[in-house]
Ligand binder design. Structure first.
Ligand code: SAM
Ligand code: SF4
Ligand code: F3S
Length: 505
């Protein structure tokens, strides 16, 4: 039975029967036979995702909704009835990619006028209706706080042949507190590893950053709901959950007379999740240095399932640059925090974000960043050249650093950090690591692949039957991307390292 005929059977039982469009009929080659039926909604979708783990998680949630509506994934955009682009605005580059993709979809839609084109995510939120003028091909424009409405609105586009827009987002503290926070954030079920947002939006307003505008004011999800989500994930086979937040460790923070203070909420949440049966590893990202409290360090050190990996962006090594960025910590405070973490959490893997070329950054100030990279020896880093973002304070600062200077500074930092990453990974040769085995590597299907607790990739020789299990792997090579290894023959359904840590506590 063809896809279209299956659709028609569904439609026959639906109260909203309409006429089939001529295009649908022609696609099936049986136009005359189905002249009275109509497809009120698109039946196949293709989602293109740019940006961070938040967008990956949102796309999974959208996909789950569409599947619930009976839609199925198309193999590519050319064969999909609904194409959704989940966008990122953090730098100019991902936005340019979206504009060029919209150009391609405009051409596709010339041949297939029934194609529904949706744009959601941070660029939809940032540009709002102005994006519709730039790209009239868009039928559906959905902001970051309206993810739960995507499938309903996509159906409405098809059924009413009119454009749908949903962009509400909390922009004040009062709105954030009143904002509908309820509802699961679980997307695709049945995966070994899942992302789970626990705190949304951001109240830090760093001078360079668009995220507070695109994701709205900070709001923590109710703890009981998060615990329920993690229990559901575990019941459906998930063993590793990564808690997401722009400032994930600010989870549960409350305002107190103008000062931010934290009840031990994030640490307490980790404790609660550590007790969820079936979950073997708990990660979280990104942590903000200004919100990293002692009780959090102690929780990571003590709780067996909480992995020893902390992503702690520092951005810049010079105090004046940090102050102008509005980051809320100094170089010295950051170094002291890293030292404390390393003292209390043996084998901790530390990763970071670094930005070069913030407006006004001098050569000497940039050198302070390079010195910090050398001194702190991170396991790895995401490194960026500053990209001016509309409507952010830094974009209108006078002294923008010339492009060529930013490029040279970025290349210098990348070369330094890559050398350090290679040295650290090479030093692990001969050690044994625990790998949660995901299956054969995409690049080399003869090898199995998975992550260590420290979030490093390991490709190793071993049987496919290891998938979904914890394997002990001996590291034979260290690379920029991670490790090559050999399976030692030891395997377990639960985390060896969690058991070891629990026994030592
Ligand atoms: N909330 C995290 C924090 O404060 O560390 C960062 C989240 S942001 C989505 C990820 C990274 O993108 C930042 O750490 C920063 O290095 C980089 N970034 C943000 N805005 C940028 C800009 N305008 N130009 C270049 N990089 C930027
Ligand atoms: Fe952006 Fe700063 Fe918030 Fe991170 S903490 S998301 S860099 S505003
Ligand atoms: Fe990009 Fe939005 Fe994430 S701007 S980095 S997709 S929060």
């Amino acid at each position: 039975m063809t896809q279209l005929k299956e659709n028609l059977i569904q439609i026959d039982f639906s109260p909203s029967v309409r006429e089939l469009t001529r295009l649908d009929l022609e696609a099936d080659g049986e136009a005359g036979a189905f002249a009275l039926a109509d497809a009120p909604r698109p039946q196949s979708y293709h989602i293109i995702t740019y940006g961070c783990q938040f967008n990956v998680s949102d796309s999974e949630r959208i996909e789950a909704q569409l599947k619930e509506q009976g839609m199925s994934a198309a193999s590519d955009e050319a064969s999909a009835e609904l194409v959704l682009i989940n966008t990122c605005s953090v730098r100019a580059n991902p936005e340019n990619k979206v504009l060029s993709k919209l150009g391609e979809l405009r051409l596709l839609k010339q041949d297939r006028p029934d194609l529904v084109v949706g744009v959601c995510g941070c660029m939809a939120q940032r540009e709002g209706e102005a994006l519709l003028k730039q790209a009239p091909v868009i039928d559906l424009l959905v902001g970051t706080a309206n993810v739960p409405r995507v499938s309903e609105l996509a159906q409405k586009v098809r059924a009413t042949r009119s454009r749908q827009v949903a962009l509400e987002i909390p922009t004040t503290r009062t709105e954030a507190l009143a904002f509908e926070r309820g509802g699961t954030r679980v997307g695709t079920m049945g995966k070994l590893k899942s992302f789970l947002p626990i705190i949304e939006g951001c109240d830090k307003f760093c001078a360079f950053c668009i995220v507070p505008k695109t994701r709205g004011r900070e709001r923590s999800r109710p703890m009981e709901e998060i615990v329920r989500d993690v229990e559901r994930l575990a019941a459906n086979g998930c063993k590793e959950v990564t808690l997401l937040g722009q400032t994930v460790n600010a989870y549960g923070m409350i305002e107190d007379g103008g000062h931010r203070k934290s009840a031990p909420h994030f640490a307490y949440l980790l404790e609660r999740l550590n007790n969820v049966e079936g979950i073997e590893r708990i990660r979280f990202t990104s942590s903000h240095p200004a919100d990293f409290r002692d009780e959090m360090i102690n929780a990571i050190a003590r709780l067996p399932k909480v992995c020893e990996w902390i992503h702690l962006p520092f951005q810049a090594g010079d105090n004046e640059v940090l102050r102008r960025m509005g980051r809320g910590y100094t170089r010295e405070a950051y170094i002291a925090l890293v030292q404390k973490i390393r003292e209390r959490i043996p084998n901790v893997v530390l990763t970071t974000d670094i930005m070069v070329g913030f407006p006004g950054e001098t050569d000497a100030q940039h050198e302070k960043t390079a010195e910090l990279v050398e001194e702190l020896r991170f396991d790895s880093a995401y490194m960026f050249a500053y990209s001016p973002r509309p409507d952010t304070p830094a974009a209108v600062l006078g002294e923008q650093v010339p492009r060529a200077v930013k490029k040279a500074r970025l290349n210098q930092i990348i070369a330094m950090q890559n050398a350090i990453t290679c040295e650290i990974n090479a030093a692990a040769v001969g050690s044994e690591v625990e790998v949660l085995v995901e299956g054969p590597s995409q690049k080399n299907p003869k090898l199995m692949t998975g992550l260590t607790r420290g979030n490093k990739t390991v490709n190793f020789t071993g049987p496919e039957a290891l998938r979904g299990q914890f394997a002990r792997v001996s590291v034979t090579e260290g690379h920029l991307w991670g490790f090559m290894g050999e399976w030692t023959g030891r395997v377990s359904l639960s985390s060896f390292e969690a058991e070891r840590k629990g026994a030592a506590a």
